[in-house]
Design a protein. Structure first.
Length: 254
């Protein structure tokens, strides 16, 4: 059984970030391995699949932090200010918070745009031992000419949650996710849905070929972008648990 504790911590801008710290009541390690979950562009910490991953991981002795980036859910911040760079800084703040609870090895899960955030952060933090990138973006700045023209004419990006400023486009174009996976020391597992309607499988394949260290890729037949079917989520959970068990260091950080 997983025990989930509501937590809050500040990001670099002083905004309050909300999260869930998930652990097993039977956890007895003074420095358990810690997993941080980075949700997708319009998702949040309460995503059904992320809750499922947390349950499976805590049962294996992992400490899990699911949090809302500073534009959605219970966290402070404005959707219009969202950028990938800002999310990377939020993740850095989340790692600092996790370090107040464990000095064990660190792992990351990133979904959709959260995969780019995880990859970019891992490239600058050698403490990240392993990561799982789901429905991943290799080139977040590659907006189609048609859609970019529409966004610029409107002056914003229209989404179901509200409008996002054009700063997201400019910031995304500066992000080198392929370069990040080529330099990180973290072992990388890529999971992609064969029927992903938003991000083609080629993006995951390009990341796999660019990655310089330990790596693996798994394409789930028939799965969509959100891995909507229960059996797809269960398959992802099994792959994630196995990857972190095999590739996260056993010794705590000093």
């Amino acid at each position: 059984m997983t025990q989930s504790k509501r937590v809050f911590f500040p990001n670099a801008k002083g905004q309050r970030i909300a999260g869930w710290l998930d652990a097993s009541p039977a956890m007895d390690s003074p420095a358990p391995p810690g997993i941080l979950v980075c949700h997708g562009m319009l998702s949040n910490k309460d995503s059904r699949k992320h809750e499922r991953f947390a349950r499976r991981l805590t049962a294996e002795g992992f400490l899990v932090l699911r949090f809302d980036f500073s534009f959605v859910g219970e966290s402070e911040g404005k959707l219009e200010d969202m950028t990938i760079s800002g999310e990377v800084e939020d993740l850095a703040s989340a790692v600092s918070f996790m370090r107040t609870h464990t000095n064990g090895p660190l792992g990351l899960i990133g979904s959709s745009m959260g995969s780019a955030v995880a990859a970019l952060y891992a490239a600058r933090d050698p403490d990240v031992s392993a990561m799982v990138l789901m429905a991943s973006l290799a080139r977040p700045g590659d907006f189609s000419p048609e859609s970019e023209t529409v966004h610029r004419k409107r002056g914003f990006i229209d989404t179901p949650l509200g409008n996002i400023g054009l700063g997201l486009i400019e910031d995304s174009k500066r992000q080198d996710v392929l370069g990040a996976v080529s330099t990180t020391r973290a072992a990388i597992l890529l999971i992609h849905g064969e029927a992903d309607e938003l991000i083609p499988v080629k993006e995951a394949m390009d990341l796999f070929h660019a990655a310089g260290g330990k790596k693996s890729i798994h394409v789930i037949g028939g799965a969509d972008h959100r891995f909507s079917e229960d059996e797809d989520v269960e398959e992802c959970a099994g792959l994630i648990v196995d990857w972190f068990r095999r590739h996260m260091d056993a010794e705590p950080k000093s």
